[in-house]
Design a protein around this ligand. Structure first.
Ligand code: C2E
Ligand code: CA
Ligand code: CA
Ligand code: CA
Length: 278
């Protein structure tokens, strides 16, 4: 199979040849999963590095498969990204996250929520209108929603994505670059795109306290973000040592197993109890 990846490069995909019927099966089943409420969102706390206070959550999708059990996103998101089903999937996830935001707000906690948007979900001229409609339907202010996108998505077609991001920004929605530092070396987009946040990829964070080169990269990203007025979140913080160093370095926000794994929605407020902030 010669197929095109998102940057338009033709590549041979032997994997797809040998698994294409399995692949079709996953997509077919995903239609059922979306319609039948088999998708679940878990939420990972995002905290202020210094105080540990909860400042928001990232929604991470799982599939409660009737036969295979709870599937992580790596088992179906990559397949969905190569199919138009990514649009319906993105809508369903956004919807669930906003409903959950309302549930927490009704419980007295206004918790900003971040949703991951794959390239296929972003490159859709109707996407900003659907986000606007979903926010209005649930009466959620745009500023309560962050969309996490990757550098790769931006670079695919900067002119087209600029229009879409500007419309999202007009809704007050916050835009975050996920896995920052792993995508492209061109950073020109940082000057033109209406971004609010960089998430430093966990490959630089996990061992930041014992790797001088990781530390140097993290310092450089922090400096860059400061100069550009962007928030920074370190992801993949797995130890007290990494967290302490990040705080010393002036990294304001962090996420990772050391603070909390992604949690079922019902566990988030229990986890947050006693933490100041929201
Ligand atoms: P991501 O957006 O970079 O999400 C962070 C991933 O790192 C999550 O894996 C999270 O559980 C994991 N993680 C968090 N803290 C730590 C840590 O301290 N150490 C380590 N080793 N890992 C940590 P998960 O939930 O399996 O998600 C994997 C990827 O799947 C996500 O990476 C994202 O690219 C994608 N994904 C997840 N949910 C969605 C979604 O709703 N929509 C889309 N389009 N993609 C999603
Ligand atoms: Ca993310
Ligand atoms: Ca990430
Ligand atoms: Ca990722």
């Amino acid at each position: 199979t010669a197929k095109r990846n998102r940057s338009g490069t033709a590549m041979y995909d032997a994997e797809a040849d040998s698994h294409s019927s399995e692949q079709l099966g996953v997509i077919g089943e995903l239609h059922r999963a979306i319609a039948g409420d088999e998708l679940v969102l878990h939420y990972q706390p995002k905290v202020a590095t210094g105080t540990g206070e909860l400042v928001g959550v990232e929604a991470l999708v799982r599939w409660q498969h009737p036969v295979r059990g709870l599937l992580p996103p790596g088992e179906f998101i990559p397949q969905a990204e190569d199919d138009e089903i990514i649009v319906a999937l993105t809508d369903a996830i956004l919807e669930m996250a906003l409903v959950q935001h309302r549930t927490w707000r009704d419980a007295g906690v206004e918790l900003p929520v971040a949703v991951n948007i794959a390239a296929g979900g972003l490159y859709d001229n109707a996407f900003p209108d659907r986000v606007a409609a979903a926010l209005a339907r649930h009466e959620v202010p745009g500023a309560m929603l962050t969309l996490e996108i990757t550098e790769t998505s931006i670079i695919t077609d900067p002119a087209e994505v600029q229009t879409i991001l500007d419309r999202l920004r007009d809704l007050g929605v916050k835009l975050s670059i996920d896995d920052f530092g792993t995508g492209y070396s061109s950073m020109a987009y940082l000057q033109t795109m209406p971004l609010t946040e960089l998430k430093i990829d966990r490959r630089f964070i996990g061992s930041v306290h014992e790797s001088p080169s990781d530390e140097a990269i993290v310092r450089a990203i922090l400096e860059l973000a400061r100069a550009l007025g962007l928030k920074v979140v370190a992801e993949g913080v797995e130890s007290a040592d990494a967290l302490a160093l990040l705080e010393t370095m002036g990294c304001p926000f962090a996420q990772g197993y050391h603070m909390s794994r992604p949690l079922p929605a019902g566990d988030v407020l229990t986890w947050a109890a006693g933490r100041v902030g929201v």
